[in-house]
Structures are given as structure tokens and as C-alpha cells.
Design a protein around this ligand. Structure first.
Ligand code: SF4
Length: 512
């Protein structure tokens, strides 16, 4: 019985490397890698060895005959990926981009590698990695597994993990499990970890550079993008990222930061964060109690009067940024109705016209109706997807009472009553003191990971490429940055540290 990859796929290609018959695609060498939402097993060539399932860091791979009812669609999703690709590598409309690089020999792709080739007299480097989220840990892993480097891990928070710890929804335990595969490096004999240390507050970038051959910044994108509408700063209007941090027990978000006393919440945005937030708000608290959700958030959700979450998308259902698998999961949420508000006729037309494999096609089985927003939410718990809708104002006197929504940016429009408005329109990087910063993109300017104008300084993850791509996208990103760093080292372009490791440890201890 072949295996199938399911919802939690992190696309880091660990499974690809262990498959003996190379039947998991796209591989990191194929052009579709990084643009597909997930990897796929070809059921025609899978030999049922189970190696991929053992290696998968997020438990996303199962034999087809052991898929849960809510996962069964993934058997056909995996198979369809290969059926939709002809021998020229051209996918049919609506299916993921074609993976074939090398013509008609469809199953003869070379095995992917993340190997390093270094000179035999290569001296061990001392490298600081700032940030212990997936990007930083993939970089540290690459250095530790493929070079004799010593690594100093630094994080501004008192707990390691970054977005894996504080950004992944608690009801996605398999995705959070990726932390385990990184945690083994925290105690690696060539690693020193310093938590609760912030560059710019406790140590300067210059001090870090003076004690290491190279410094890799993996600080992510720690703030959110704003809507820029009147009333956005009213009480009851917040960033969805703050809500995510709240239910994950982030140390910088107070336990009483969220008020859930209304019946309806409006979430602006059509990405996976918007769906995470909507799902958590209407999930059965008893189901959440079995997760790692913060106790204060669970108590607030038990007392919550929220019954309806409206997810607003500025464009149509075919342009949504959430993954098909997250949308599929909403259809299987126990006790929660998923509804599409089709008061705009473009919504229904787009769903009907969606090709197989298009995420909008998932909505064909979802009830559609024109919602009358002048009425209170219907009984029961539900999530309403409303497309072609942009918020133009948060309305209220001191606190949000409603969100005014239009389909064309005009100032009039329908008012959707709500006591809580969450914006989920993306993360944004913030400047690191001592590093250049590109305001327009919220990133550090770089060439293949090397920070422009700062030899020996590198970036990886969202602060390098902007806030897009899931966990696995960071593996290739880290491979590029570490490759640049090692090439610089081999070329003699790095400056040897002037401070010894012990001196750095003393410095950190004094400043902490
Ligand atoms: Fe490859 Fe074995 Fe996984 Fe099948 S079960 S996809 S052959 S690793």
C-alpha cells in the first residue's frame, strides 16, 4: 500500500532524501520546489518501505490505508499531482506547477543532496546564529552536520523555538513536533545557547562579530502589517499575530490581552494565520484542552461567547493565500459549519470555474448563501468566508462596534457588527541595530545571504527573503546562506575573532 503525504507537510524534503526509489516530488532540485504547498508521493512507484514516514519531522506521512477519514482526500491529492504532469513537465491547468526538469525520463530525477564539500584542512569556524526559529536552526543544523563549526545560539526570548514555539497553532501538534528535531542541537557538544539575550539591547552586533568568525541573523519578521484604516487603533482591534502569541503563551503578551465577549469576530486576511485564528476561536475548548494551548487562553475560550468568525478576503476565492490543506481541515472541524457568503456573484462564479487542484474547488462542497449582516449570528458555531471584501473603517466610540466593508474601496459599504477585529495581512521584519535595513521590504539587503557591506554577517529566513514560505522553505534558504558563508571562509574573506568564547560567555553573563 503506497504512502501519502498529508496536511502537516513542512516541505523540508527530509523525506525526499531517504526515499530509496525517489518517488517524492518536487525535490529541492526541481523548479516547483518552494512553490508547491506540499510534497507528494507517487503511488505508482512507492514501494511501501516506510522510510519517509520515519524521517518526517512533522508526522505528515501515512500509508494510504491508514489515513483518517479527514485525511482520505490526500490519497487522491498525492496521486493527482503525478497524473497532472505530462512527460514534458507541463501540468494541466489548476494543478501544481510541473516538477519535471529533464524531459521524458519522468522517474529518473537525481537524488537531492544537502551535502557540503570542504577542503581537508578546513579550520573549525565559530559562528553565532541569532534566532532559534526554523531558519536559524536549519542553518545551525547544516553547520553542525556538515562542518566542524562551533555554534553560539542566541535568542531574545527565554525559550527557544521562535515561530515554531509561538507561531504554530496548538491544534497542529505534528507541526510543532518539528521543534523536537531541532531541540537535539541545543545540547550538541559544539553548541552554546544563550536565551533572553537581544542584539541591540544586551549585546551589540559589533560585539557579536568580534567574538565569532561569522554571525547569521535569523530574527524573522517580528511585527505585523497594518490595515491603514480609520479606527484601527480602537480597543478591540488587534493583530492576529498578537492573538496567536496570546494563545501560545508568548512571554511578551499578557494573559488578559484578549477579550472574547462578543458573538462575532472579524478576521481580515486570507492566509493560513487567518484560518488558524478562525479555527481556534470556534473550536471545542475540550478538544483544545488536549493541546499545548496556554492555560489562560483555554480558560478565556471556555468562557467565550464567540459563535461566528468572518474571514474577509480582499480578492476572490482563487486568489486566497491559505493552503488547500488548511482549507480542507476547516471542512472537518467538529461542530463548526463552514459557509461561503456569496452575496457578491463573482464568488460563486469563481468557485464553479475552479479547476481540480485549485484551492477554490475545495469550496464547491461548502454551503453558499448571502449573509444578512444586520442580523445576529445564527445559532451554532460557524466560520464565514467572505471574498471581494476590503475593510475601510473600524467603527465604534472608544471600542470596535463594527467593521465597514466594501468590495471596491469606496467609503460606504456594509457594516459587519463585531467586537473584535483581527488583522492577519502578513508579518513584517524590523531593523536589527547595527545592520542595514530595506524599509520597503522589511528585510536586510544581502547577496545570497551575505549582508551587503558587512563582511562576515549573514541573514537567513524571513529577515532575508521577506515573510513568506513555511517551515521547510527555510531549509533551502539556510543551505544558500551557509553555502555563501563557507565559500567566504574558504576564500579567506572572514576576519578571525578577537574575543575568545569564554570572554563572550562572561560578557553575556554580565549583561543578562
Ligand atoms: Fe519512498 Fe518508501 Fe516513502 Fe514510498 S514509503 S514514498 S518508497 S520512502
Amino acid at each position: 500500500m503506497p504512502y501519502a503525504i498529508t496536511q502537516n507537510c513542512c516541505s523540508d524534503a527530509t523525506c525526499v532524501a531517504v526515499c530509496p526509489v525517489n518517488c517524492i516530488h518536487p525535490t529541492p532540485e526541481e523548479r516547483a520546489f518552494g512553490s508547491t504547498e506540499m510534497l507528494h508521493v507517487d503511488p505508482k512507484t512507492c514501494i511501501d518501505c516506510g522510510a519517509c514516514a520515519d524521517a518526517c519531522p512533522v508526522d505528515a506521512i501515512f500509508p494510504v490505508d491508514r489515513l483518517l477519514p479527514s485525511q482520505r482526500e490526500y490519497a487522491s491529492i498525492n496521486a493527482a499531482y503525478f497524473e497532472g504532469v505530462d512527460v514534458e513537465g507541463v501540468g494541466f491547468e489548476g494543478v501544481e506547477p510541473a516538477p519535471v526538469e529533464d524531459g521524458p525520463n519522468f522517474h529518473a530525477w537525481g537524488a537531492p543532496t544537502f551535502e557540503r564539500t570542504l577542503p581537508s584542512d578546513f579550520a573549525p569556524l565559530r559562528v553565532a546564529v541569532v534566532g532559534t526559529g526554523p531558519a536559524g536552526m536549519y542553518a545551525a543544523q547544516d553547520l553542525l552536520l556538515h562542518t566542524p563549526a562551533e555554534v553560539t545560539l542566541i535568542d531574545r526570548l527565554p525559550v527557544a523555538g521562535g515561530l515554531l514555539r509561538y507561531g504554530v497553532a496548538p491544534d497542529h501538534p505534528a507541526t510543532r513536533k518539528a521543534q523536537d528535531s531541532f531541540a537535539r542541537f541545543h545540547t550538541h557538544p559544539r553548541v552554546r545557547t544563550h536565551l533572553g539575550i537581544e542584539v541591540g539591547r544586551d549585546v551589540t552586533a559589533d560585539e557579536l562579530a568580534a567574538h565569532h568568525d561569522a554571525v547569521i541573523y535569523a530574527v524573522g519578521a517580528s511585527t505585523d502589517r497594518r490595515l491603514g484604516i480609520p479606527g484601527e487603533d480602537l480597543a478591540g482591534s488587534a493583530a492576529a499575530t498578537a492573538f496567536v502569541a496570546w494563545y501560545n503563551g508568548h512571554p511578551e503578551v499578557p494573559a488578559d490581552a484578549v477579550e472574547l465577549s462578543g458573538e462575532r469576530v472579524v478576521v481580515v486576511g486570507n492566509g493560513n494565520v487567518a484560518l488558524d485564528v478562525a479555527r481556534i476561536l470556534v473550536s471545542d475548548p475540550d478538544a483544545l484542552a488536549a493541546t499545548e494551548i496556554a492555560p489562560h487562553a483555554l480558560a478565556a475560550l471556555r468562557a467565550s461567547t464567540v459563535r461566528e468568525v468572518v474571514v474577509l478576503g480582499r480578492r476572490g476565492p482563487r486568489d486566497a493565500a491559505y493552503s488547500r490543506s488548511e482549507l480542507l481541515a476547516l471542512r472537518h472541524l467538529p461542530g463548526v459549519e463552514l459557509v461561503v457568503d456569496d452575496s457578491d456573484p463573482r464568488t460563486g462564479r469563481a468557485i464553479e470555474a475552479a479547476a481540480p487542484g485549485d484551492r477554490a474547488a475545495v469550496l464547491r462542497d461548502v454551503p453558499r448563501r448571502a449573509v444578512d449582516w444586520s442580523l445576529p449570528p445564527a445559532g451554532g458555531r460557524r466560520i464565514v468566508l467572505r471574498f471581494h471584501s476590503a475593510p475601510v473603517a473600524a467603527v465604534g466610540d472608544g471600542a470596535v462596534r463594527a467593521v465597514r466593508v466594501t468590495d471596491d474601496g469606496a467609503e460606504d459599504g456594509v457594516e459587519v457588527p463585531t467586537g473584535l477585529l483581527l488583522r492577519a495581512i502578513g508579518y513584517r521584519g524590523v531593523p536589527v541595530p547595527g545592520l542595514p535595513f530595506e524599509e520597503s521590504t522589511g528585510t536586510v539587503p544581502h547577496e545570497r545571504g551575505r549582508v551587503r557591506g558587512l563582511p562576515g554577517t549573514y541573514v537567513v529566513g524571513w529577515i532575508k527573503r521577506g515573510p513568506s514560505g513555511g517551515i521547510g522553505a527555510n531549509r533551502g534558504c539556510a543551505a544558500e546562506t551557509v553555502g555563501t558563508l563557507l565559500a567566504d571562509a574558504v576564500a579567506g574573506a572572514l576576519t578571525a575573532p578577537t574575543g575568545r568564547p569564554r570572554a563572550f560567555r562572561r560578557l553575556v553573563k554580565r549583561r543578562r
